[in-house]
Design a protein around this ligand. Structure first.
Ligand code: AMP
Ligand code: MG
Length: 356
């Protein structure tokens, strides 16, 4: 049985949070809001509970979980050591949407890190997440609270739909702030390596560290390494049931946007039957008016924060609206654009580059 608590005020000491922390301590699973997406939490030391997280999500066992902490003392419990770069990042970016990969402490079960000798750690800023971890008194291992491969949940409603009956508690605090997952940076390499672009930009991370970090092709959502550097990268991710076609351009100035939109329409038309839908932007909407395609607006290209926030919500919406084909426009690989493109490329079953 799943208990759903709807949290209106974020009272730190509320009964619901104490109850949920008790469930975690007893080996149960709790879905909770963070500022990025909802997480599915288990007490980090409890191997059985951690195993159930993988089971409930249908997550491959070689895809490690992020360990969520409330304090630097909790980081010390899970990391073998904390390098200088980590202190810089923790000081400037925590609590917040940055996950730091550190040398693994011996007490962390192998299943949490998928057998790796590193551990990914994050201190979320959402008040519910923070008070849940504080009340639990120990770190909480938590991947996103969605079935593996599907778009991550950006509202309690999504979690209820996906996990009702499968876990003990869902803490529903409405919509999340960023709507995309945390940025993952491995600081055990020199220079540090971006493993996943996320809600905090590479540029911000570099500013904090005072040096460039490595951005591999796979972090853009391109290519595959034989031996994945970032676990989980070899799997298709974030995908709606509908077939997603991503149309990219070498640049996104007004002229290219017009060619892009023309191509998107042609591509959608060529797909014939089924319900054809478009993921567009305010800047391109004018080109689709009257085309007859169901068009969903991600936001303005001038506000990538808004586009990132709406992305997973709309990837779920296209399924709710029973679209069979979705044609999506690309974005520049910079700032939050890199994050958006990583998700879109991983979700896409077909990728096209137009000339302009
Ligand atoms: P999720 O919480 O579902 O967003 O997924 C967590 C992601 O964090 C994984 O897919 C990995 O890419 C990354 N991650 C977690 N632990 C590690 C680790 N020890 N080394 C590298 N990447 C990690
Ligand atoms: Mg995930």
């Amino acid at each position: 049985m799943t208990i759903v608590f709807r949290l209106r005020s974020l009272d730190q000491d509320c009964f619901e949070i104490r109850y949920a922390a008790g469930v975690l301590r007893k080996g149960g699973l709790v879905a909770f809001p963070t500022e990025t997406v909802y997480g599915l939490g288990a007490l980090v030391w409890d191997e059985k509970a951690v195993e159930r997280v993988f089971q409930v999500k249908g997550r491959p066992s070689d895809n490690p979980l992020i360990v969520h902490v409330f304090s630097v003392e909790m980081v010390e419990k899970v990391a073998a050591r904390i390098p200088e770069d980590a202190y810089k990042l923790m000081e400037k970016a925590w609590p917040g949407p940055l996950t730091i990969v550190l040398p693994r402490g011996k007490s962390v079960p192998r299943s949490v890190t998928a057998g790796l000798d590193t551990v990914a750690v994050r201190m979320p800023s959402h008040p519910v997440a923070l008070s849940l971890i504080r009340e639990t008194g120990d770190p909480v291992a938590a991947p996103s609270a969605n079935p593996s491969g599907k778009p991550s949940p950006t509202s309690g409603r999504h979690v209820v739909r996906d996990l009702m009956g499968k876990i003990e508690v869902i803490l529903d605090a409405g919509e999340t702030l960023y709507g995309v997952e945390s940025t993952v940076v491995n600081i055990t390499t020199d220079p540090p390596t971006l493993l996943r672009p996320g809600a905090i930009t590479v540029e911000d991370v570099e500013r904090i560290l005072g040096r460039k970090i490595l951005v591999p092709e796979f972090a853009k959502g391109l290519g595959h390494a034989e031996k994945p550097l970032a676990p989980g990268m070899k799997y298709r991710h974030y995908a709606p049931e509908a077939k997603l076609i991503l149309v990219e351009a070498p640049s996104y100035d007004q002229e290219c946007l017009k060619s892009l939109a023309d191509y998107v329409k042609t591509k959608a038309l060529s797909k014939g039957n089924g319900k054809l839908c478009l993921l567009a932007t305010l800047e391109t909407l004018q080109y689709y008016l009257g085309s007859g395609f169901e068009t969903f607006i991600l936001g303005s290209r001038g506000n990538l924060f808004e586009i990132a926030k709406n992305l997973f919500t709309l990837l779920r919406k296209v399924d709710e609206e029973q679209c069979t084909i979705v044609v999506a426009e690309g974005f520049p690989d910079m700032g939050l654009g890199l994050t958006i493109m990583n998700r879109l490329r991983k979700a896409a079953s077909e990728k096209i580059l137009v000339n302009c």
